[in-house]
Design a protein. Structure first.
Length: 198
C-alpha cells in the first residue's frame, strides 16, 4: 500500500466531509430536535453510508452511476421529498406532539434516517466518485487499498458528524424556546431539500 497516497486520501476525504452540505445540515437539525443522546446513532448511519458509497464505487458499480446520471437525479428527488415531509411535520407539529414524538423516537430510527439521507445525497456520491479512484495505486493490491479506504472513510465520517452533533447540542442549550428550535429545525430541513434539488 502506498502510504503517501493513503495520507493524501485521508486529507482529501476529511476535507470533503467537513464541508457543510445536506448531511451536516441534517445532523444539526436532528440534534436540535431530539438532543445529542438520541441523535448520535445518526453519526454511525452516516458512517455506514460512507462505507456503502466506497463499496459501490470501488466495486465498479460507480462507473454505471457515472454513465447514468438519472440515478443521481432520482436519488436527489427522493431525498428532497422526504426532507420536505420532515419540514412540514416539524412546522405543523404542536409542542405536545413534539414531546410525544421525542419520547417515541429511538436510536434505530435516527440511524435509519441518517443512512437514507446519506445515500440520497448526490454530493456524497459525486465526492466519492471523484475521490477514491484518484488515490488508487495501480501497482499495489487493489483489495487492500479498497478496504483501507472504506474503513478510513467510515471512521472519518462518524468522527466528523459526531463533532457537528456535539457542537449543535452545545448551541441548543442556549435556546430556551422550544417553539423557536422547532422552527429552526423545520427551516433546516427545507434548506436541505432545496440544496439537494439545486
Amino acid at each position: 500500500m502506498d502510504f503517501h497516497l493513503f495520507t493524501l486520501f485521508l486529507l482529501a476525504f476529511t476535507a470533503a466531509v467537513v464541508l457543510p452540505g445536506p448531511n451536516v445540515a441534517f445532523a444539526v437539525a436532528q440534534t436540535l430536535k431530539h438532543g445529542l443522546k438520541i441523535a448520535i446513532p445518526g453519526a454511525v448511519g452516516f458512517g455506514i453510508g460512507a462505507a456503502i458509497h466506497a463499496a459501490v464505487v470501488l466495486s465498479g458499480v460507480g462507473f454505471f452511476i457515472l454513465d447514468n446520471q438519472w440515478v443521481l437525479r432520482y436519488l436527489r428527488w427522493m431525498g428532497a421529498i422526504y426532507l420536505v415531509y420532515l419540514a412540514i411535520i416539524t412546522f405543523c407539529g404542536s409542542s405536545a406532539s413534539s414531546d410525544e414524538e421525542m419520547t417515541n423516537w429511538n436510536s434505530k430510527q435516527m440511524f435509519a434516517d441518517s443512512l437514507v439521507v446519506s445515500l440520497v445525497n448526490p454530493k456524497g456520491w459525486v465526492a466519492t466518485l471523484l475521490t477514491y479512484p484518484s488515490f488508487i495505486n495501480p501497482y499495489g493490491s487493489y483489495s487492500t487499498q479498497a478496504v483501507s479506504m472504506g474503513v478510513a472513510a467510515t471512521i472519518i465520517s462518524v468522527a466528523v458528524y459526531s463533532t457537528y452533533m456535539f457542537i449543535a447540542h452545545r448551541a441548543s442549550v442556549a435556546f430556551k424556546n422550544r417553539s423557536l428550535l422547532e422552527k429552526i429545525t423545520g427551516a433546516l430541513y427545507a434548506c436541505i431539500a432545496l440544496g439537494l434539488l439545486l
